[in-house]
Design a protein around this ligand. Sequence first.
Ligand code: FAD
Ligand code: SIN
Length: 520
Amino acid sequence: MDVRGDFLVIGSGIAGLRAALSLAGSGDVIVLTKADPTESSTGYAQGGIAAALGPDDSPDLHARDMVAAGDGLCDPDAVDVLVREGPKYVVELLAWGAGFDRETDGSPALAREAAHSVRRVLHARDATGREIGRLLWSRVAANPRIRVLQDTLAVELVLSGGACAGARCVSGSGGATTVTAARTLLATGGAGQVFRDTTNPSIATGDGIAMASVAGARVCDLEFIQFHPTVLSGEGAPRFLLSEALRGEGGRLVNATGEPFMTRYEPAGDLASRDLVSRAIVREIQKTGAPVYLSMAHLDHDFVRQRFPTIAQACAQAGLDLAADRIPVSPAAHYVMGGVETDLDGRTSVDALFAAGEVACTGAHGANRLASNSLLEGLVFGARAGEAMKQPVCAARLRSADVVSRPRVAAPRAASIGLPSADDVRGVMWRHCGLLRQRGGMEQAIVRLEAWDAAMRGAGASKAMDQEFRRVSSIVTVGLLIARAALRREESRGGHFRTDFPDRDDILWRRHVSDMLTRA
Ligand code: FAD
Ligand code: SIN
């Protein structure tokens, strides 16, 4: 079955849905989503959405906090767009009926999160993404110009004369579909599933990064992975996120003796940026040989349970009382700062192909994203990409970056290694390309990933319709891009830490590096 629309949007998270709403006035929009439309990282977002709306706040202050967290690599123009346009789009959500928490005077309640200098995070208790998803989805579902194809996995971009003309897809029942459109938006979200331990849902396999890269688009900054410091870590417990908003409301990290240890590592203590808190937790675990805990026990128990009902319920399922018990935590992969390189309107280096949300790299987050800025990015840049997709295609104005071109080697006839499982790949990535990295481990990972990549591509034709094969294939492709980028950057900065190059090196490395596959 073939489908035709004016615009193709791949993904139904905040970026894809917001873009679809912009596009619907100008043509027929097809939204593809590989699962249920509400299954996305957006739906699991807890802490909230940041915007400079408070009386003590301003876009300039928000920008200053982003630049500090971004560790010298934020793109100033992208930061400027996000902080200045953010409030407008968040106010639009409020006007559409977003059920965010309010103060008694009716103004939005603002929460504090790490590395924000003031309270600026709008939230719906601890399930903000579910509320935003509900709101956007209800508008999309009511719009007759938008057609949603769910359980439909995009596997490859269609190129025509060097421009993107749609995507080839596999439906849940195994049938093949080609969707053609004049403009295509990748809004496929992140890639946390590349790592063994992650907060991300199963859909987050980096498909958009893999598809764009194979189509010859530039991808950028993939060495910068954010590991969230406080993820539930009990024996057999799911890696459930414990929002940074818990520390924003006074929660403390303590070691096994009950000592609050963060200020021994960072002057900003529990509210230092995520990369710093994650590494401090790992060092404290290594030093003491015992787990680290998040404790809310010193706060009002009723307040904690009412403010964080979703997290309290997840803890209860693991036999823990969020308000009274110490909750064991350790870092897990949470967010990818890099992605498909775009300009400020979502254009990529391939004509008619756009990207927005976590799959994209606008440069706004630099080497480390500030809390609650990802929903904001999806909203703002999703809307901007939607507007730009209505315009005649013009070349992207990508910021300057060093570009490393690598010929795509033809698939071998016989592979030297069997096909991997997703867990094989995720284990290697966690061990060698995780929070602490060093040359030897990454080189081992790359040898293994290259062999798996060759094996997957050798088997590709016979497995073309197999969804699990496609999932592993994306994980291998994106894992390899991450590992190569991490090996190349011989310094430590933001979400990239090398034990063999522990310092930030602004002389050699204050720059973005892009990768581009070329035909062999
Ligand atoms: P997503 O919301 O992940 O949507 C991706 C969509 O693409 C899905 O619909 C998926 O099915 C679809 N898709 C993917 N691949 C394909 C394919 N091949 N074919 C078809 N469809 C495909 N950020 C904040 O700012 N504030 C928070 O409080 C916050 N909390 C978080 C909590 C958790 C547990 C997690 C995991 C993330 C959190 N984040 C938070 C990060 C934020 O939620 C995500 O970065 C953001 O929602 C990404 O939005 P998106 O639209 O880019 O992608
Ligand atoms: C959290 O609630 O801690 C996650 C927020 C985010 O990823 O921005």
